[in-house]
Design a protein around this ligand. Structure first.
Ligand SMILES: Cc1cc2nc3c(=O)[nH]c(=O)nc-3n(C[C@H](O)[C@H](O)[C@H](O)COP(=O)(O)OP(=O)(O)OC[C@H]3O[C@@H](n4cnc5c(N)ncnc54)[C@H](O)[C@@H]3O)c2cc1C
Length: 419
């Protein structure tokens, strides 16, 4: 597809109302553009456990004016502790060990709360001088895209059709926008060998408050509990190493059956986790996968966040990439709103160094995180213990802080518009 070099960015469609989609929408609205966001869920999706803000993503959150809301919802998470089947501590990694850049970072907030902070800031900014706000259409999704010389005609699942100058795919790991504009998932998606699930549950007794607790079982299974903003609830996490199974896609009964079979009789808090799973209202399940693409734009379509460069939960940088990517994309569009083609080229060039670093996986990948054997679990715990040694800490801090060397561009539109 080719783009008319004089393409403007007045009518922008964003597919997906997650962190990436809402962050782009906020910044575009501040630049005087009123984007339309279509989100396939009937309402903003709750759920997800702690996501962290560090380095450039923290700066972006500050520049977007998100910090007051984040501070109100910020989790008091003090580090990570690995336990055995009886709950006995094996090794502990405090959050402040690696300059606040370890597995638990300095600033942690649940994904659902961060999304709500973005929506609140959008609502607050709407109506400020020059800010036309954001149009939301929940329960809607793109069915087809037809790019032509003057724009993109979009057919929606509801049967509606509309014209846009630019379409931004912020629709996550299984992005429909990516499939329609760039090609099938198999070209870009690599399954990393496991599935993961998150959901909210009542905080069980016997859990150390303020600490993320991890329990590894033979077979490549990991169960974890993380603090929530409300101490009465906790965020459960389960990782299961297994072959990819297409039958699991969008089949909650099959997903929960896999988790049930994996955790059954497993000790620690697995019984409480399974009990809560059946009643969880925000059950989330997906493959652990990575998206790598040579370019994130084609013609009048751009991808942002997991849709273009999902690093998988193993990278620990999914939300950071979504925020930084959204900030750069909206910033470049706002710089040359009458030359969208040039803006999209600058978006890729400017963001690439950050994504290349942020997408890196920890040594060992899924195998290191969820070993299959008892011996493998012991080795993994030994690595955690070694990483906490005083003499190793400077090296770890350097490794974990690599994205901090990224030079974040400054955009005028990035300033929160005062009311
Ligand atoms: C409910 C939920 C819970 C999560 N929990 C965690 C977690 O605990 N830990 C973690 O590391 N990561 C989690 N993630 C992933 C994490 O949010 C992302 O890696 C990161 O924030 C980047 O966000 P994103 O906006 O690019 O993608 P996503 O967060 O996946 O958001 C994509 C949005 O697009 C919507 N969407 C999908 N397809 C379409 C379509 N065809 N049309 C319109 N809308 C569509 C989705 O409903 C979703 O709201 C979670 C994601 C979700 C949706």
């Amino acid at each position: 597809m080719t783009t008319d070099s004089s393409a403007t960015a007045a009518r922008v469609l964003i597919s997906g109302g997650g962190i990436a989609g809402n962050a782009v929408a906020l910044q575009l609205s501040r630049a005087g553009i009123r984007p339309t966001v279509v989100e396939r869920a009937p309402a903003p999706r709750p759920g997800g456990q702690a996501v962290d803000l560090r380095g450039p993503s923290r700066t972006v959150a500050e520049r977007m004016g998100l910090m007051p809301g984040i501070q109100r919802q910020r989790l008091d998470e003090r580090g990570m502790v690995h336990v055995d089947s009886t709950g006995r501590e094996i090794v502990r990694m405090p959050a402040d060990l690696f300059g606040g850049n370890g597995a638990v970072a300095d600033i942690e907030i649940t994904r659902g709360d961060l999304n709500q902070v973005l929506l609140d800031v959008i609502a607050d900014a709407t109506g400020a001088p020059g800010n036309p706000g954001v149009e939301y259409r929940y329960g809607e999704r793109i069915r087809d895209l037809h790019e032509h010389r003057d724009g993109v005609r979009v057919d929606f699942a509801s049967g509606a059709t509309a014209e846009f100058d630019l379409v931004i795919g912020a629709d996550g790991l299984h992005s429909a926008t990516r499939r329609l504009a760039f090609g099938p998932d198999e070209q870009f998606s690599t399954y990393l060998g496991a599935y993961t699930s998150y959901f909210t549950m009542p905080t069980p007794t016997g859990i150390e408050p303020h600490w993320m607790t991890m329990y590894s079982m033979p077979g490549g299974i990991v169960a974890g509990l993380r603090p929530d903003a409300d101490p009465a609830t906790a965020k459960a996490m389960v990782i299961v190493r297994t072959d990819p199974d297409p039958a699991l896609r969008r089949n909650i009964a099959a997903q929960q059956e896999l988790i049930r079979a994996s955790l059954a009789g497993g000790g620690w808090q697995t019984a409480a986790i399974l009990d809560a799973m059946d009643r969880a209202e925000d059950f989330y399940f997906d493959e652990i996968a990575r998206i790598t693409m040579p370019h994130w734009t084609t013609g009048r379509v751009a991808l942002v966040g997991d849709a273009g460069y999902c690093g998988s939960p193993l990278s620990g940088q999914g939300t950071a990439m979504a925020l930084v990517g959204a900030y750069v994309l909206a910033g470049e569009i706002a710089r040359t709103p009458h030359d969208a083609a040039a803006a999209l080229i600058r978006y890729t060039e400017t963001l690439r160094p950050f994504v290349d670093t942020a997408q890196q996986l920890p040594p060992g990948g899924v195998k290191g995180m969820a070993p299959r054997t008892k011996a493998g679990i012991r080795v993994a715990h030994t690595f955690v213990r070694l990483a906490t040694l005083r003499m190793v800490q400077p090296l770890m801090t350097r490794m974990l802080s690599e994205t901090e060397s990224y030079t974040l561009p400054e955009y005028l539109a990035a300033q929160p518009v005062p009311r």
